[in-house]
Design a protein around this ligand. Structure first.
Ligand SMILES: [Zn+2]
Length: 195
């Protein structure tokens, strides 16, 4: 059960990944979560600055991080990859690694209209204290801009600001969409989901 979710920022990869991992009993491997854990508390300055600029972290850093994660015992029965591969170089690295282990993956392309994505992402809010996520349009807190659980004032994550979102969508168009063509032309399985 090696599933690779490919979709732009805000396409709902995280939500779909959770549903899949819960029903399949395999780990959710999210490069976004791993990178955020790594930079929390000023841990990795170079990675943090790259993410804040809306740019993509280098292939080498992400390749190593993902392979290390997929090599752990809990991923032996399968996994749902979310946020990787983002470039053709990463896709080549991943498919070679999977082939080396005799694993056949399936890629699922989540296609969503960019206008919907921008509305969804600019509405996101996070509680700085407990990390709970809200959306002022789709999942608002009971009290305006305050966390339901602890009353903390909600914040916009740096990577959810509109300019940064547009840069992330642009980076996706240039670097990640070609991954789908690469996978198809390499004879890998790619399915398409739209909602
Ligand atoms: Zn909270």
């Amino acid at each position: 059960m090696a599933i690779v979710l490919i979709g732009s920022p805000g396409s709902g990869k995280g939500t779909q990944a959770k549903l899949l991992t819960e029903s399949l009993g395999v780990p959710h491997v999210s490069t976004g979560d791993m990178l955020r854990d790594r930079t929390r508390g000023g841990g990795d300055g170079v990675v943090a600055a790259t993410m804040q600029a809306g740019a993509l972290v280098s292939d080498r850093v992400v390749d190593e991080m993902v392979v290390e994660r997929l090599s752990r015992p809990d991923a032996a029965r399968g996994f749902v990859l979310d946020g990787y591969p983002r470039t053709q170089v990463q896709a080549e690295h991943l498919t070679a690694w999977l082939d080396g282990r005799g694993v056949r993956e399936v890629a699922i392309h989540l296609a969503v209209d960019y206008n919907i994505i921008i509305a969804r992402l600019t509405g996101r809010r996070e509680c700085p204290r407990c990390g709970t996520l809200y959306n002022v349009v789709f999942h608002p807190p009971k009290s305006d801009e305050l966390c339901d659980l602890d009353g903390e004032r909600l914040a916009i994550r740096d990577d959810d600001r509109e300019l940064v979102i547009r840069q992330r969508l642009d980076a996706y168009e240039r670097q990640t969409r070609p991954v789908l063509d690469f996978l198809r032309s390499a004879g890998r399985r790619v399915s398409r989901e739209i909602w």
